[in-house]
Write a protein that binds this ligand. Structure first.
Ligand code: SAH
Length: 253
């Protein structure tokens, strides 16, 4: 399947889901509490890899005096985000930027808070940490969710899957070591519960699959996309005790 067809189909499947990766409103709020930022401050915030704004909208709601820049590679997601922000009455405080997370255009030391849920893996954890640090004010906060082994020595099948999908997957101890060597101190950590993967993401996606296949009845590639989604959710269901997203809340040293 060519990249354009894949993107068009993925966009069509995920655009209306509210979120494009595992996560949840409760968990976004929990991570925000761990930042210990004063929520009424006029904070400068960036949400990197924001998709259609699942976390951006929670942040805008919880940080009523903040200015948020929502960044995603795909303007199609940002358009949906703008509509949602408009409906939520916070469009004025959200600027959208279509750019890649490995070449962000923020001024040095301009941000109080960098947020990123289920997205840093696109450029890799270490690379993202290094690329984004200069944009944070000293003492500024980075809150990021990242695929994490919940125990050492996972079974071969899931180990091989992740080694081919994202070899940077590691235990929390290793991830925290990476954060510390990249110039951040950990101030909070928790693991996304299964509900963030199942009810909020896979089951929500599965509920849209039959309409998706009907819309693209003429395209065999749509069946392939549905099959990829089914395979991924099955792996999660079978191996959910072994991996999840860890939510790392850190302060720039
Ligand atoms: N944070 C959102 C989306 C997670 S999915 C949520 O939790 O729902 C990952 C997002 O990263 C997608 O929206 C994808 O378009 C975006 N993305 C992928 N590569 C990117 C890049 N190089 N730069 C910026 N965004 C990217």
């Amino acid at each position: 399947m060519d990249a354009q067809t894949l993107f068009t189909l993925m966009f069509d499947l995920y655009r209306d889901g509210g979120r494009q990766g595992p996560g949840g409103e409760t968990e976004t709020r929990r991570a925000l509490e761990l930042t210990r930022l004063r929520v009424t401050d006029a904070l400068r915030v960036a949400d990197i890899g924001c998709g259609t704004g699942a976390s951006t909208l929670v942040l805008a709601n919880q940080l009523p005096c903040s200015q948020i820049t929502a960044v995603d590679l795909f303007p199609e997601f940002l358009e949906v985000l703008q509509h949602r922000a408009d409906a939520a009455g916070c469009l004025k405080r959200i600027e959208t930027r279509a750019e890649s997370m490995d070449s962000l255009s923020f001024a040095a030391e301009s941000l109080d808070l960098i947020w990123s849920e289920g997205a840093i893996y696109n450029i890799g954890f270490r690379k993202g940490l290094e690329a984004w640090r200069p944009f944070l004010k000293p003492g500024g906060v980075l809150a990021v969710s990242e695929i994490t082994w919940l125990h050492p020595n996972p079974p071969e099948e899931i180990l091989q899957h992740w080694n081919s999908e994202y070899p940077e997957i590691a235990t929390a101890a290793d991830k925290i070591g990476t954060l510390e060597s990249a110039g951040y101190d950990l101030i909070g950590y928790f693991v996304l519960p299964a509900s963030c993967w199942l009810s909020n993401y896979y089951e929500a996606t599965e509920a849209r699959i039959s309409a998706f296949l009907a819309r693209h009845a003429d395209k065999p590639e749509a069946t392939q996309v549905a099959e990829m989604e089914r395979h991924e959710s099955e792996l999660y269901r079978r191996f959910q005790n072994w991996f999840s997203y860890g939510f790392y809340v850190t302060r720039r040293r």
